[in-house]
Design a protein around this ligand. Structure first.
Ligand code: GLA
Length: 735
């Protein structure tokens, strides 16, 4: 009797322990230096977002926030749930929808536990475990906060121990909630050669959705980058903003909903469109990251935080060097041979760049790659064009004193290729429907491990055979039409996994490439900006923002990309696009990673002299562009001028770029100064105009000394006008 009485008492105690522990509900602040995302457990053991804003002076005050809100959740669910489940109590847009192994579609997520731990990468990681009381199913919300940069990266990890696979029908990365009255969203839209066209709008009640369904890339038509501004339209130096992106190289969905309390619910994740995923027991499904920087002082500070974070913690070799280059794409297209290419090495050498990049057209024999209609997939040197092979080119370039890089597009195939003939089952296509092409090509099925081996093999072979190969331009032009995988069918896995497994397969290949070749610079190109994302940039050193290299257009595009990416990752090439003089083209391309894609020998002597000097100047100031802070000074969308400057960390050196962009040339003059930013008010500076075209003299006095205070308050007039359409200034502390 005694024993059973004791047992009963112990069982009761065990039952009571969670309740006793819960007497105080969990309060979980995810903090950066200046901000906090506050998550709190409610009486039903659900986690809610109760605050997102400036950090409190006293941490003990966090406890009191929830009691200040009295939402009536009776008939509409809870809008501020930190990860809204579906099929139970919430009728708002869910973050997650599942079908359990037994076919039931209801989900409840209750708080279990959480941990907060400092990581080696200077971040603090918060992990919150939520569990369904009825099913052995759990979701971990993960938040990594970098205090110094005010950057948060968040994702979720889903796992279960059910009796069979659980179908994940929707699985967002983030479910955020912002209180306030007015929200302004800048989203980005575009098409080939017209990427990153920003539109700002005030969000009204209802849902605004930005998404993509392209399969192989996130961007082209819409972009996973966003700026959210609170209370007022986004501005550069004031106001609360968050800006960032969903870091995923495939289909994404951003969902902004102003709810009935006029607050904003923001869901971000993989696009659930045709993407139900069968998750076996005991495996973890990790969603991609939502990454954002927060500032109370406008987009400028937020971007600089994100840039610093990207360089230090995210982009491959973000704090390293990059190679300037001469590319042959627009110079030759597919029409070249060994002599033509080795001839161009001399141009690269004379120009003073670090490397020559051989573009498309060097491979395939049965169906030679002489146009974009054939040969893709057959990665053997074309013996007619390059009888002595790539190895010979690498040697010749090395003799010339420059490095050698090469273009590949290993995920794609032309139907006119040996690869297509031999491995039709590797190609994504509906077996019984007509094929649909994008740039005459189809996509290889990266969900298939054999295809992953093949793609890895293309890169591996190049490096193994040519250890001195210094660079790769990895292209990805096609999108996925007719989504169907022979491999998934054979494995009896759902076809709806293809979009996700494609991207996962790509990352698996990149992981292998980087394990074997950790540092070689690789540029990510995707027919214009399609793959500029922070998951891919773990493996790539830089990306190609757009095929549109018209410098006038680039002033806008580079401005818009710069909200999200540091200049070290954006490749800017001088080409023959647009009508601007060579000086204008080189100046614009210098605001990033500089390259040339022109026939150097066709330039006039003065133009050659200018380019060679500009490359030397770039070599002198590139450190500031690559690793310094960027200040956007004059917005091209709102003015007849545009200006950007970069300042190094010690604030001893800066570079300024200013452009005249008006079409109504005669009416616009250079009456007013431009206010500089980022300098030290106490320091004294001299300002020297550089990148002058031969024969031109600068009207600016390079001897005069200005205080940083003056330059940032009164400003400086660089005399940008119709006769001086692009001006580059080197600013140096006078010691
Ligand atoms: C894409 C790229 C170009 C060039 C071609 C080659 O369009 O954006 O820079 O490499 O492919 O086919």
């Amino acid at each position: 009797m005694m024993k059973s009485g004791l047992n009963q008492f112990l069982s009761l105690l065990l039952l009571l322990i969670p309740a006793l522990l819960r007497a105080q509900t969990a309060v979980i602040p995810v903090e950066t230096k200046d901000h906090v995302l506050l998550l709190q457990e409610d009486q039903q053991e659900r986690i809610r977002t109760t605050y997102f804003g400036s950090a409190f002076t006293n941490q003990s005050d966090y406890q009191s926030v929830a009691s200040q809100f009295h939402y009536d959740d009776a008939n509409d669910g809870i809008y501020n749930a930190a990860y809204t489940p579906s099929g139970t109590w919430s009728l708002t847009e869910p973050a997650i929808e599942v079908k359990h192994a037994d076919g039931n579609s209801s989900l409840e997520l209750k708080y279990q536990s959480h941990t907060q731990q400092k990581q080696n990468d200077a971040s603090t990681e918060t992990r919150i475990v939520l569990k369904d009381p009825n099913y052995n199913f759990q979701v971990t919300l993960v938040y990594k906060a970098w205090a110094e940069e005010n950057v948060i990266e968040q994702w979720t990890e889903i796992q279960h121990k059910e009796n069979g696979a659980v179908m994940l029908e929707k699985y967002a990365s983030a479910d955020l909630y912002f209180t306030g009255d007015n929200f302004y969203l800048t989203s980005y839209h575009g098409r080939w050669a017209k990427e990153m066209q920003g539109k700002e709008e005030k969000l009204e009640n209802g849902r605004k959705i930005i998404d993509s369904k392209l399969g192989t890339r996130a961007m082209l038509l819409q972009s996973p980058n966003f700026i959210l501004s609170f209370d007022q339209p986004a501005s550069e130096n004031e106001g609360k903003v968050i800006l960032g992106q969903l870091a995923w190289s495939g289909n994404f969905k951003l969902d902004f909903e102003v709810d009935t309390y006029d607050n904003l619910k923001f869901l971000a994740g993989i696009n659930p469109y045709n993407s139900a995923y069968a998750l076996p027991a005991n495996q973890v499904f990790k969603t991609p990251s939502l990454i954002y920087a927060i500032s109370n002082h406008g987009t400028g500070e937020a971007s600089r935080g994100l840039h610093r974070w990207a360089r230090k913690y995210r982009v491959l070799d973000g704090q390293g060097e990059r190679l300037t280059l001469l590319n042959n794409w627009e110079a030759t297209y597919f029409d070249f041979d060994e002599d033509k290419i080795t001839g161009l090495f001399k141009d690269a050498k004379e120009l003073g760049v670090d490397m020559f990049l051989l573009d498309d057209g060097w491979f395939a024999n049965k169906y030679p790659r002489n146009s974009d209609r054939s040969g893709l997939g057959d990665w053997q040197e074309n013996v007619k064009k390059l009888p002595s092979g790539i190895g010979h080119l690498v040697k010749e370039a090395t003799k010339e004193g420059i490095k050698f890089g090469i273009w590949i597009e290993p995920e794609m195939v032309n139907p006119k290729s040996e690869l297509y003939e031999q491995h039709l089952d590797w190609v994504i296509r509906q077996p019984d429907r007509p094929e649909v092409y994008y740039r005459n090509q189809l996509v290889l099925d990266l969900s298939n491990p054999e295809v992953q081996d093949f793609v890895f093999g293309v890169v591996d072979k190049l490096f193994t055979e040519n250890p001195q190969l210094a660079f790769i331009k990895w292209d990805c032009n096609a999108v996925i039409y007719n989504a169907y995988s022979v491999y998934l069918a054979e494995q009896e896995m759902p076809q709806s996994q293809l979009y996700v497994d494609y991207v996962k397969g790509l990352y698996a290949v990149l992981e292998r490439v980087r394990t074997k070749y950790p540092k070689v610079p690789i540029m990510l190109c995707s027919g214009g900006g399609g793959r500029g994302d922070y998951e891919a940039l773990k493996y790539f050193t830089e990306f190609w923002p757009s095929d549109d290299t018209d410098p006038l257009e680039r002033i806008f595009m580079q401005w818009d990309y710069s909200y999200f990416f540091p200049s070290i990752v954006t490749c800017n090439h001088v080409t023959d696009w647009g009508k601007q003089p060579i000086k204008f083209r080189v100046d614009v391309a210098s605001m990033g990673k500089l390259g040339f894609d022109i026939v150097f020998s066709h330039l006039s002597e003065d133009e050659k002299v200018f380019c060679k000097q500009a490359v030397k100047n770039y070599d002198r100031f590139k450190e500031i562009i690559w690793h310094g802070d960027q200040y956007r000074l004059v917005n091209p969308h709102e003015n007849d001028f545009s200006a950007v400057m970069y300042v190094n960390e010690s604030k001893e050196k800066a570079v300024f770029f200013g452009y005249f962009i008006s079409q109504r040339q005669r009416l616009i003059t250079d009456k007013e100064p431009i206010k500089f930013n980022g300098l030290n008010p106490e320091k004294l500076y001299t300002i020297k105009e550089i990148n002058l075209f031969p024969g031109k003299r600068s009207p600016l006095d390079s001897e005069k000394v200005y205080s940083g205070d003056f330059l940032m308050k009164a400003g400086y007039n660089p005399m940008i006008n119709a006769g001086r359409t692009s001006v580059v200034l080197e600013i140096e502390e006078r010691k």
